[in-house]
Every structure is written in structure tokens, then in C-alpha cells.
Design a protein around this ligand. Structure first.
Ligand code: NAP
Ligand code: G4F
Length: 326
């Protein structure tokens, strides 16, 4: 039975990935952090998942976790992942989302000893690295031009992963994942903010939703599909980097159209207010990925489309808000 260690197990992707690996028969360890962290209770409820405490900023805690888990595969999903927050906390974001990757790679390298490819390593890189895009659609070879402290930190982690592969012969792969969402998405991200607001407005619990830039475009996929791509990358004989995307792009306005229409509201204009506080110091205007390499090499393709996913999220938020209202 293979063993996996997942950092960021309490996050959206960590939850889906731990379930996927447990269903495949893996022994799965998840790294959790902090004192009295309420999210730890959520993952304690996943049957079979074993928890280890550690923090990406604390190398010795990572060394301890790797030596305890003795993993065949490491999935480094832990990060400060909210782009807007990264301007307010640029140093912290650099430490966790950037230097944290170096710490995890180093803990893995030291554990591997004389056999650098003993452990297969996955790094959660991001389409946010493309920032001010230099090519449409974006692919693995597109020049990176990050537009946020988060994006810069991800570029550091991305190149450090490539560097460890090239310098030490580690089996280290990066998934350049475009935005992916689900009913488990944090409520600070725009899709979930909108689907939750639609549910609350429909139930008479909220009057409006305040948003920033409605013209930005994203390539949004379903998180459940994207964790499968992570696993597939680590099953390859050779480590490499892959874009994971749907190849479609939609604006925030289109997101509003689909989410409100699913609740029977065709004109959302009176339910949406613009609040400049949600505008960013620098915006990523357009993301659309070309995932042909992943299609051809991994045999991966997205199964859930944009509209189906947004409708799934509205339905889940309606159910959750009804339960909360009881
Ligand atoms: P998420 O829901 O925000 O989860 C982030 C995880 O990182 C949480 O489990 C969090 O733990 C953990 N974490 C934060 N600070 C940490 C620290 N100092 N030490 C250890 N763990 C720490 O993110 P996600 O959407 O699942 O994304 C997973 C990864 O993919 C992230 O690296 C993200 O940047 C990247 N990514 C995401 C997308 C996307 O669209 N979702 C796209 C591209 C790349 P707590 O619960 O304790 O806070
Ligand atoms: O949902 P978002 O906050 O996601 P963003 O910034 O694209 O980042 C997500 O995807 C990245 C992959 O490209 C990940 F690496 C990252 O960790 C994260 O998962 O914002 C999407 C768009 C932006 O253009 C933003 O300006 O929505 C726009 N937006 C407009 N109003 C808003 C809002 N975003 C948020 N969060 N809240 C608003 O009120």
C-alpha cells in the first residue's frame, strides 16, 4: 500500500485529494498546523486520514512529519492562497507560499538520502504566475509575469521545484493549475462569495453582494477533477510540469449570470453593488489555459463544466443556508 503525505490537507484541494487517495487504498497522512485550529476538527472526520502537526515555515517540523510518515508521495498544497490578502501580508505570504516550498523540498531531499527519487513530490503551482499574460492561451512555456505577492511567491516555489529536480535528480513535478472551485471553496474567493450570496438572497437572508472588478476573466474548473491530475503527475516515470485547465474563460459577469439564473433571477443588477475595496492594486485580466500536454501525456481531461459547477455550488449553498436557518 503506497503512503502519501499532504500539506494543506484542511484546504479545498486537500480534502478532495485525501478522499481520492484513501479510496485508491493509500495510507494518507495530512499535515495540520496551529494551536486550536478549528479546521482540524473537519479533517478528523475523514475515516483513515492520519494527522501530523507542522508548519511550512518550520523546517524541523516538516522533517519530523516526513520521517514519521515515510511517504512514497508528497503533495505540497499548503499555502496562503488568497491573492488579495497577499498585498496586506506580503512578507508572510513569501514565507509560507514561497519559502515554505523550499522547506518542504529540503525536508524531502534530506529524507531521501542517497536515493533522491525515493519520494515523488508534487508542487501546487498556479496560473496566477502568468499574471500580465504574455501569450493566449497560456501553456507550460509561457513567460511568467506575476502581478501579486502571491504570484511572485508561487514563481519562487515553481522554479525551486524545477531546480531541485535538475540539481538533485528528485522526482519533483509542478501542476500549473488554473482556478478550480467546488462547494468546499473558501467563501473569500469570488465564485463561492457569489454562490453563497445567491443562496442567501433567494432565502431572504441578504439584500446584496458587494464585488470588485466584474470584467476579469478566469478559466474555472472543478476541484474534484483537478486533484486527479495531481495524482496522475506522480504516477509518471519522469517528473515534469503540466498546465491543468479547461480551455474556456468566463468573466465575473458571466459567473453572476449563471449563478443568479439558477435561482430564477434573470436580472441581477439590483442585487450586486460595486465596492472599490475589492479592487486589487494590480489585476490579472485574462486567464485561459492550454492543457494539451496533460491531455496527451497524462490522459487527463476535465469532466465538470463551468455552468454545471456553478449550479452545483448554488445548490450546495442553498442546502447549507437552509440548514443554518433552521
Ligand atoms: P486553501 O483552501 O486556501 O488551502 C490552503 C491550505 O494551506 C490550508 O490547509 C491551510 O491550512 C494550509 N496552510 C496555510 N498556511 C500554512 C502554513 N504556514 N503551514 C502549513 N499549512 C498552511 O487552498 P486550495 O484552494 O485548496 O489550494 C491548494 C493549493 O493549490 C494552494 O497552494 C494554492 O495556492 C494552490 N492553487 C490553488 C488554486 C485554486 O484555484 N484553488 C489554483 C492554483 C493553485 P489552515 O486550514 O490551517 O489555514
Ligand atoms: O476568486 P479570486 O479571489 O481568485 P484568484 O485571485 O484568481 O486566485 C485564485 O486562483 C489562483 C489561480 O489562478 C490561485 F492560485 C489562487 O490561490 C486562488 O485560488 O478572484 C478571481 C477574480 C479576480 O480577478 C478578482 O479581482 O475575481 C475578481 N473579483 C471581483 N470581485 C473578486 C471580487 N474576487 C474576490 N475574491 N472577491 C470579490 O469581491
Amino acid at each position: 500500500m503506497p503512503t502519501a503525505l499532504i500539506t494543506g490537507v484542511t484546504g479545498q484541494d486537500g480534502l478532495y485529494l485525501s478522499e481520492l487517495l484513501l479510496a485508491k487504498g493509500y495510507e494518507v497522512y495530512g499535515l495540520v498546523r496551529g494551536q486550536n485550529n478549528p479546521k482540524v476538527e473537519i479533517v478528523r472526520g475523514i475515516p483513515g486520514l492520519k494527522l501530523l502537526f507542522g508548519d511550512l515555515t518550520d523546517l524541523s517540523s516538516l522533517l519530523r512529519a516526513v520521517h514519521t510518515a515515510r511517504p512514497d508521495e508528497i503533495y505540497n498544497l499548503g499555502a496562503i492562497s488568497y491573492v488579495a490578502y497577499s498585498w496586506e501580508n506580503a512578507r508572510l505570504t513569501s514565507d509560507v507560499t514561497g519559502m515554505g516550498v523550499l522547506n518542504m523540498l529540503e525536508a524531502t531531499r534530506l529524507y531521501c538520502g542517497d536515493d533522491p527519487a525515493k519520494v515523488r513530490f508534487y508542487q501546487a503551482s498556479s496560473s496566477e504566475m502568468f499574471g500580465k499574460v504574455q501569450e493566449v492561451p497560456q501553456r507550460e512555456s509561457t513567460l511568467l509575469w506575476p502581478r501579486s505577492p502571491y504570484g511572485v511567491a508561487k514563481v519562487f516555489g515553481h522554479y525551486m521545484t524545477i531546480n531541485y529536480r535538475e540539481s538533485y535528480g528528485m522526482h519533483a513535478s509542478s501542476g500549473i493549475l488554473f482556478n478550480h472551485e467546488s462547494p468546499r471553496r473558501g467563501p473569500e474567493f469570488v465564485t463561492r462569495k457569489v454562490t453563497r450570496a445567491v443562496a442567501r438572497i433567494t432565502l431572504g437572508l441578504q439584500e446584496k453582494v458587494e464585488l470588485g472588478n466584474l470584467d476579469a476573466r478566469r478559466d474555472w474548473g472543478f476541484a474534484g477533477d483537478y486533484v486527479e491530475a495531481m495524482w496522475l503527475m506522480l504516477q509518471q516515470e519522469t517528473a515534469d510540469d503540466y498546465v491543468i485547465s479547461t480551455g474556456e474563460t468566463h468573466s465575473i459577469r458571466e459567473l453572476l449570470d449563471v449563478a443568479f439564473a439558477h435561482a430564477g433571477i434573470d436580472d441581477w443588477s439590483s442585487y450586486v453593488a460595486l465596492n472599490p475595496a475589492y479592487l486589487r492594486p494590480a489585476e490579472v485580466d485574462l486567464l485561459i489555459g492550454d492543457c494539451s500536454k496533460a491531455r496527451e501525456t497524462l490522459g487527463w481531461r476535465p469532466k465538470v463544466g463551468f455552468e454545471e459547477m456553478i449550479r452545483m455550488m448554488v445548490d450546495a449553498d442553498l442546502a447549507e443556508q437552509r440548514t443554518l436557518g433552521v
